[in-house]
Every structure is written in C-alpha cells, then in structure tokens.
Ligand binder design. Structure first.
Ligand SMILES: *Cc1c(COP(=O)(O)O)cnc(C)c1O
Length: 301
C-alpha cells in the first residue's frame, strides 16, 4: 500500500481541493472575477481551501455554510475566518446539498447586484474545470509509480461531490488512450446521492475529457463502493474510526472521521475481502481533512 499525500498539497494546510482550485481560480481570473463564492457543510475543507486561495489571489471570498454560527469558531471555520473569508451560515442541515446550492446562487446574485463580479463555485468545486486538477493528478501518480518501478493494481480514494473521481476517471481514459496499462479507480463514497442538477460522475468525466478535446469514458470505468458511508455523511462509523486509529498507529498519519477515515476503511475492507493479492500495489490518495479533527467530536476517543 502506497499513500499519495494530497493532504500535504500546501494551500491553506492542504487537501485535495487545492488541485481543483488551481483550475477554478484560473477560470475566475480569466473571467475577470473580483470575488469568490462557494458552499459546503459547516466543516467544509473545500470552503476553507477556497478561502486560502482567495487570500493568495487577493479575492474577497464568501462561504455559504450549513448550520448556525457557533459561539467559538473551530477547525475549518476558524481557518477560513483567519484567511479573511466571510462566513454565511444558512441554518440548513449538513447534507441538504440542494438547499445549500440555492443559498449559494442567491448570495451570488446579491453580490452581483451590489456591483461585484463573483465567480461562484458549486459544492466541492466539482465542475469539469475543477476536475482537470485530478486529470493532472492521475498522470502525476502514474509517472511517480513508474519512477518507483511498480504498476498499481488500484487507486483508492474518498469521494463525495465526485470531482476527484471524475478527474481520475478522465485521466485514466486519457492514459489508456495513449496505450498505457491502467489501474482500477475505486471511489469510496462518503455522501448519499448527488446534488440535484449535478452531472453524474460518468457525465462529469466525459465533460472533463471534452475540455481536453478527448473522449472515451465508458460506464464500466465508474466504480463507487458505498458500503463505508455508515449512517450518513459526517456521521462517524465504527469501521471509519477503526481506520483513523489504524492510520495513526501504523505510521503516525492522520485521517479524519468524515472523509479520509471512511475512505481508508474502504481500502482496508476491500483488502480484507481479498480484492488484492500480497504482490499487488495499491495507491491510497489521502485527500486530507486534518482541520476537522480539531472540531468537537473530530477524533474517536
Ligand atoms: C472534498 C473531500 C473529498 C471528496 O472529494 P470530492 O471531489 O468532493 O468527491 C475527500 N476527502 C476530503 C478530505 C475532502 O475534503
């Protein structure tokens, strides 16, 4: 098992959203935007990293969040505030993605009416432009594996809004079309369903490839293992918590209870089911999630 440390991408203490934001912010600058708007659950890593990107680029950043304003900001919210973002609490429950997206659209319209030029980014930054970050990541991973002289059997990672998954699937189709052998891309799903109106992963992967003038995603390319979600998004699970402890005690690395812990539980569970032989190399993409560990209930006791 190899770990691709996308928790260490560097922007605003790291995580997978840096790769999407590289392209999403490029799009914002190209369109002449003067502020960023995005949306997520109360402890959204994507929102915190968008705030960091806004600070880097000198763009005012507005975050639409689930829940109500806490007395004390902690975890991702504290960092987002430190990065200078405006936090807008909607009161909506965390997994009411549809209501949150409507609140983002309303805020975007209000900012535009005030004379600003907002670049509005959907949940998780999972547009085709954002997913380009994980096309590049797929190629980077394959080249690093080549350098280390192994061919991975599978790439496993945590999936929620689907942009990471779509980008990896698009990257894999591109790599395959160039004549390379490709690993399985195995998404471990940690959120129920997708936002109404959001393209599904196969469509999003196809749209992402189309931006590069390519095609070739087939339905069989999409694999989502949903057995590790537990009761719901952001509700800790026994298997996820076991994976949090396993990572900590087998090498001193930290995964969180909402995302990377459940993703790792999926990898460990598939390994226990005999999916891979002892000679197989498997890459786990650590997508991040560290700040939420410092919010109440962030770690198992
Ligand atoms: C956003 C996120 C994911 C899921 O990525 P998507 O592209 O939204 O599916 C996984 N892990 C962490 C820590 C995240 O913040």
């Amino acid at each position: 098992m190899w770990v691709k440390r996308d928790d260490l991408t560097g922007l605003g203490v790291g995580g997978n959203k840096a790769r999407k934001l590289e392209f999403l912010c490029g799009e914002a600058l190209q369109l002449g935007a003067d502020c960023l708007v995005t949306v997520g659950a109360g402890q959204s890593n994507h929102c915190r990293m968008t705030a960091a990107a806004g600070a880097r680029l000198g763009l005012e950043t507005h975050l639409v969040l689930s829940g109500t304003a806490p007395d004390t900001l902690v975890g991702n919210q504290l960092l987002a505030h430190l990065f200078g973002a405006h936090l807008h609490f909607t009161g909506a429950p965390a997994s009411h993605w549809g209501a949150l997206e409507i609140a983002r659209e309303t805020l975007t319209e209000e900012l535009a009416a005030d004379g600003l030029r907002p670049h509005s980014i959907p949940i998780g930054g999972s547009t085709a432009v954002g997913a380009l970050g994980y096309v590049a990541a797929f190629v980077e991973i394959m080249q690093q594996c080549e350098g280390l002289e192994f061919a991975p059997k599978s790439i496993v990672f945590t999936s929620s809004s689907g942009g990471t998954h779509a980008g990896l699937v698009a990257g894999r189709a591109l790599w395959r079309s160039l004549g390379h052998a490709v690993p399985d891309v195995v998404a471990i799903g940690v959120a129920k369903g997708v936002v109404a109106g959001m393209p599904d992963v196969a469509d999003l992967a196809a749209q992402t490839l189309a931006l590069l003038g390519e095609s070739g995603v087939v339905p069989a390319d999409i694999e989502i293992d949903t057995r590790w979600l537990g009761d719901d998004y952001a509700v800790p699970s026994v298997a996820g918590d076991d994976a949090v402890r396993w990572a900590a005690r087998h090498g001193g690395w930290v995964v969180d209870r909402t995302y990377s812990g459940k993703g790792l539980a999926g990898l460990l569970g598939n390994a226990a089911d005999g999916r891979w032989g002892t000679d197989d190399d498997v890459v786990f993409i650590h997508t991040g999630g560290l700040p939420a560990v410092f919010a109440p209930g962030g770690l198992p006791s």
